[in-house]
Design a protein around this ligand. Structure first.
Ligand code: PMT
Length: 433
């Protein structure tokens, strides 16, 4: 394992609220035996003073390219040559953009351009700024230019948003900097993951960063009276596994959940509903802001025509009770009928003729893809931890398919995400615009 001891580190600080963490980072770098010199952008000095960093490093802090006094000591080109590692933390969206495009309009960007040192940055910004395609393109450019990006982490942000954009914690950065770049990613949290919960089943790939995904999950409860309802055996596990898989890939996930006993996956926005009508209202509310809509919920097809105001009483006079049921709205079909509309993926829970019924639902409900599962198989489907599926999707006038063997719902969810992403990438622009 490479050590930080004796390394000459130039710590660059740009103008983000996370700049307060840079003080701790400077302290830990010193503690690890690094020689540390600090360069701050003008904006960074509104968040933390140069004096604080000077006190922690024992070195004068550089803030200006055109500072004759500083140039009289170690000039900026000498400083660029001195550094063995440039660590920019926090790296704001603006600084990333300037570095990605080779700007040299202040001391920090000039040093980065003039140096041949190892370059590392810890991005930190609002989650929407991080997800923005411009920032993602800049991040990709920076990686091709040789920058190593550590983070950002996900979680609650200073602005009140929740999502990827938090600067990775100083002790986690020190741990990663102590590793060779090729050793670091697999054991460290991927970008956007909450700092304390590294996922255990996921590929550390963020290929859905700009997508907004809405998922329905669990059963619905259709009231008969104040104490009884119609429902089914859905536990929500499949839909929650999908929500978690999409969030891990960087998507902004909204989970519209029927009544289940599951914890909300990290980074997922959850809306709780009870009945099919409530689920439809919630789905319609966010449909226009969704790129992908996945109907995994086991929605009750019927509800009571009249919900009794008081508990229904049994009578001695009759051995039977007749309930009149009316059809519930079909949520997936309603979302698929909108224009413009998201890419729509539904599920089919079948106990026989799985493929035939699923093909029929795919067409009849106007979906782009359907995930068919045979819920008659023991240990799979409703309530189980495992599932198997047949994916069917439209390919022009034809239908294409992929069979996914029995496996944990967590890994099945990842395979479904992969297929949906491919489908989304090939989607005709007119379908979504
Ligand atoms: O929750 P788990 O215990 O993990 O179980 C997972 C599951 C078996 C529930 C899941 O894999 C599944 O198959 N979900 C869909 C169940 C279902 O209701 O299938 P369906 O064939 O009845 O409906 C077809 C599609 O239309 C589904 O996408 C469903 O969400 C949708 N639908 C159905 C009726 C309705 N009124 N509105 C709808 O949107």
């Amino acid at each position: 394992m490479p050590t930080l001891f004796g390394k000459r580190v130039l710590l660059g600080i740009s103008a983000g609220i996370a700049a307060y963490k840079s003080a701790q980072l400077a302290r830990l770098l010193k503690k690890s035996g690094c020689e540390v010199r600090v360069v701050m952008t003008e904006g960074a000095q509104t968040f933390i003073t140069p004096l604080t960093l000077q006190a922690l490093t024992g070195e004068a802090v550089r803030t200006s390219l055109l500072d004759p006094e500083a140039e009289a000591g170690m000039g900026h080109i000498e400083l660029a040559r001195w550094a063995e590692m440039i660590l920019v933390a926090p790296a704001t969206a603006d600084l990333m953009a300037r570095l990605a495009h080779g700007h040299a309009d202040d001391l920090l960007t000039t040093l980065c351009l003039a140096s041949e040192a190892e370059c590392v940055m810890a991005p930190a910004m609002n989650q929407a700024m991080w997800r923005h395609p411009a920032t993602q393109a800049n991040a990709a450019t920076l990686r091709t230019l040789g920058w190593r990006l550590l983070g950002p982490d996900g979680g609650e942000q200073a602005c009140g948003d929740v999502g990827p954009g938090r600067m990775r914690e100083p002790d986690a950065l020190i741990a990663e900097l102590s590793m060779a770049p090729e050793d670091a990613p697999s054991s460290m949290a991927p970008e956007g993951a909450p700092s304390s919960t590294a996922p255990d089943v996921a590929p550390a790939v963020r290929d859905a960063d700009t997508l907004r995904v809405t998922i329905t999950a669990g059963p619905t409860h259709e009231a008969l009276d104040p104490v009884r309802y119609l429902s089914n055996h859905s536990s929500g596990k499949m839909g929650y596994a999908l929500a978690e898989a999409w969030a891990r890939r960087g998507a902004r996930v909204r989970l519209i959940s029927g009544p289940v006993a599951l914890a909300t996956p990290p980074e997922v926005e959850r809306v709780d509903v009870t009945s099919a009508s409530e689920m439809l209202t919630a789905a319609e509310h966010v449909a226009a802001e969704s790129d992908i809509f996945i109907g995994c919920a086991a929605v009750a097809d019927y509800r009571a025509e009249h919900v009794a105001e008081h508990k229904l009483k049994k009578t001695d006079a009759s051995e039977t009770m007749t309930l009149t049921l009316v059809k519930n709205p079909d949520i997936v079909a309603e979302i698929a009928a909108r224009s413009p509309r998201p890419l729509v993926v539904g599920f089919a829970a079948e106990t026989r003729d799985v493929e035939r019924y699923a093909r029929d639902k795919l067409t009849r409900k106007g979906m782009d893809m359907i995930v068919a599962n045979d819920v008659s198989q023991a240990g799979l489907g409703f309530g189980a931890d495992d599932n198997a599926a047949l994916l069917l999707w439209r390919d022009g006038d034809d239908t294409d398919s992929q069979a996914l063997p029995p496996q944990p719902k967590t890994t099945l969810a990842d395979a479904i995400v992969d297929r949906v992403l491919t489908l989304y990438a090939h989607r005709a622009p007119t379908a979504h615009d």
